[in-house]
Design a binder for this molecule. Structure first.
Ligand SMILES: Nc1ncnc2c1ncn2[C@@H]1O[C@H](COP(=O)(O)OP(=O)(O)OP(=O)(O)O)[C@@H](O)[C@H]1O
Length: 488
């Protein structure tokens, strides 16, 4: 559809764009990224014919653009420039209608039903139909931007060239406009080339990305091939980190600010533990980075409070998450700053241990109920589990963990827990083999993210050794407490 062959050029004698080549197939969405002033808009101007390249070619469906007259070119390609120079003396509808000019034939007006439909549809898709009789000067920046997008859509060409289409738009309208463009690409074969400043949006919506640096191509490929931490940091000269998008296989990035928060408290200890009537809580002055399988706020996040709540044996509530949220609010904790677990065991009997290590220190807190203990290798033989009982484990580290260290910390803690069940000869009553855990065990690994950086947390790392020892000892003790309680 669009072929750019070794184009170079700039303004007057100053070269800006250097030897750029790429191909965009019909029905494909290409995003152009790069720092301010690297030549993105200049490239768009050269593709659209506004600026003549000093060398190289731009071909649309195999035809060099200079061979097409302005009307032919406008039918093939629509350009939405970065800045709209407009006196704003026209209405929204009149502005959108301008998009249909390339379709008008002859000297006399030939406004057709097709023109009318295209204008209405474009206004509907961009959510500006309601302003159709309003003068542009009375619209906000974002509303105006949507009117210009509507004008570009009304032109109904096969190729859209957009320069920062989401400029001025709030997140709902960014999503609406890009969802709509993506739909046109996927369902109607529209071809789009768009400049983006927002790397995350470009990653989410584009098939391919072209990353520019000082007028040249630094990288080209699918989003995961372009949005690579080191590459983005080098090109933009900014610290970033990449991570998975929660729903789409498209990398997302977060800016890493270059300031360290001044925290009142530098480390945590057992003095951060508080016991309530029916819960045990760890309450820090600052949020810790947490990975957990809790009931409330599971997953990876930053939280300052962890609670382990005792619920009655017969606790059987349909909407556990809503009930737990209510409980957190009632107890005066912040629902967005708290991780919550539950157990039928009396949390006042939690085993709490603190270990000093070369990297800092580590706290382990365990409650164990083993009535429903099972051997995971025999779990497939069961259709239901009968007795309740849960082992809840917290590992809280004064140190800085990488993401892989968090995962390894979870593994190390789980292995240590299973070993404790083995030592205590906790049995799976159905298979009559040693149990490895209970079906509802919960685990939390938290780190202050201050102090020593730890890349790994496997069993032979300093932190792994302490997790292994701490979780094992605390779980053994918690199981013994449980057994004594049962014997009473
Ligand atoms: N009309 C012009 N005449 C002369 N130089 C220009 C003109 N327009 C842009 N430039 C220069 O060309 C270089 C590239 O500008 P361009 O607008 O293509 O960058 P960009 O990557 O789109 O930047 P931004 O992200 O800031 O929009 C800049 O150094 C700019 O000063």
């Amino acid at each position: 559809m669009l072929k750019v062959e070794q184009i170079s050029g700039g303004y007057h004698q100053t070269p800006i764009v250097r030897d750029i080549s790429f191909l965009v197939n019909k029905g494909e969405f290409l995003g152009i990224l790069g720092p301010n002033g690297c030549g993105k808009s200049t490239l768009i101007k050269m593709i659209s014919g506004i600026l003549k390249p000093t060398s190289g070619k731009v071909l649309i469906d195999g035809i060099p653009i200079e061979k097409l007259n302005p009307r032919q070119l406008a039918k093939k390609m629509t350009v939405l420039p970065q800045m709209q120079s407009n006196t704003f003396s026209t209405t929204v509808r009149e502005t959108v209608e301008i998009g249909r000019y390339p379709h008008q034939s002859g000297f006399f007006s030939s406004w057709s039903e097709e023109d009318e439909e295209a204008v209405i549809k474009a206004m509907e898709l961009t959510d500006v139909l309601k302003y159709q009789d309003t003068n542009l000067e009375f619209l906000s920046g974002g509303e105006r931007q949507r009117v210009f997008i509507a004008q570009a859509l009304a032109q109904s060409s096969e190729l859209l060239l957009l320069d920062e289409p989401t400029n001025y738009l709030d997140i709902a309208h960014q999503k609406q406009i890009l969802d709509m463009i993506r739909k046109e690409v996927t369902e109607h074969g529209l071809t789009v080339v768009s400049v983006f400043h927002d790397i995350n949006l470009a990653s989410l919506y584009c098939d391919h990305l072209l990353l520019m640096e000082a007028g040249s191509v630094k990288a080209y490929g699918e989003p995961h091939e372009v949005i690579i931490e080191q590459q983005i940091m080098d090109v933009y000269e900014a610290r970033i980190s990449t991570q998975a998008h929660p729903e789409q296989p498209k990398p997302q990035m977060a800016i890493l600010p270059d300031f360290e928060e001044q925290r009142k408290e530098k480390s945590v200890s057992l003095s951060n533990i508080q016991k309530g009537e029916d819960y045990i809580a760890f309450i820090a002055e600052f949020p810790l980075k947490v990975l957990s399988s809790a009931v409330h706020n599971a997953g990876l996040g930053w939280y300052a409070t962890f609670i382990n709540r005792t619920v009655p044996q017969e606790y059987d509530i349909e909407n556990v998450k809503t009930e737990f949220l209510q409980y957190i609010i009632e107890k005066g904790f912040s629902p967005t700053n708290t991780v919550g677990m539950m157990t039928a065991v009396d949390t006042k009997k939690a085993v709490m241990k603190e270990y000093l290590a070369p990297f800092g220190s580590l706290i382990v807190i365990v409650t164990a109920g083993i009535g429903g203990a099972i051997d995971v290798s025999h779990a497939y033989e069961r259709t239901a589990y009968q007795t309740i009982g849960t082992i809840n484990t917290w590992v809280i580290i004064n140190g800085k963990l990488s993401e892989e260290a968090f995962v390894q910390g979870m593994m190390t803690a789980t292995e240590a827990k299973s070993k404790a069940l083995q030592t205590e000869k906790v049995m799976d009553k159905l298979s009559n083999t040693i149990a490895t855990g209970t079906p509802t065990d919960s685990l939390l690994v938290a780190a202050t993210q201050q102090g020593e950086f730890m890349q790994y947390a496997g069993p032979l790392t300093e932190v792994g050794k302490m997790i292994g020892k701490g979780v094992y000892e605390a779980t053994v003790e918690a199981i013994q407490i449980y057994k004594r309680e049962m014997e009473r």
